[in-house]
Design a protein around this ligand. Sequence first.
Ligand SMILES: [Cu+2]
Length: 127
Amino acid sequence: MMRALLVVALALALVACDPPAEGDADPRRPISVALLERPARVGPAVVEVRPQLDGAAVAGATVQVVGDMTHAGMVPVVADATDVGGGTYRTNDFLFDMAGDWVLSVDVTYPDGTTRSASLAVSVEGR
Ligand SMILES: [Cu+2]
């Protein structure tokens, strides 16, 4: 019994030590981010974003995707994602302009003005 309590206490301590996750840690507003084509390759790509609120899809949000490479000196790639129906948002003109490691940062403004973000790490292959 004491051992079980100790394990629980340790687990709580570990959780408490984690840095706060960005945005998508909000359990009411999870945001899924996916690439339509895998593996990711240099060139145009479609990023699909599905924000939710209390388990339901969200129409009427504003969604922006920013792609950054993990090395210095690159200009971020910025693209808006538009609602293609059913609360699914897709970028129209996103482009991976170099092979390597990228991080996609997604900013969602919900219809009520609340903003949340999520991110996805992507390894992009050359053509
Ligand atoms: Cu680069």
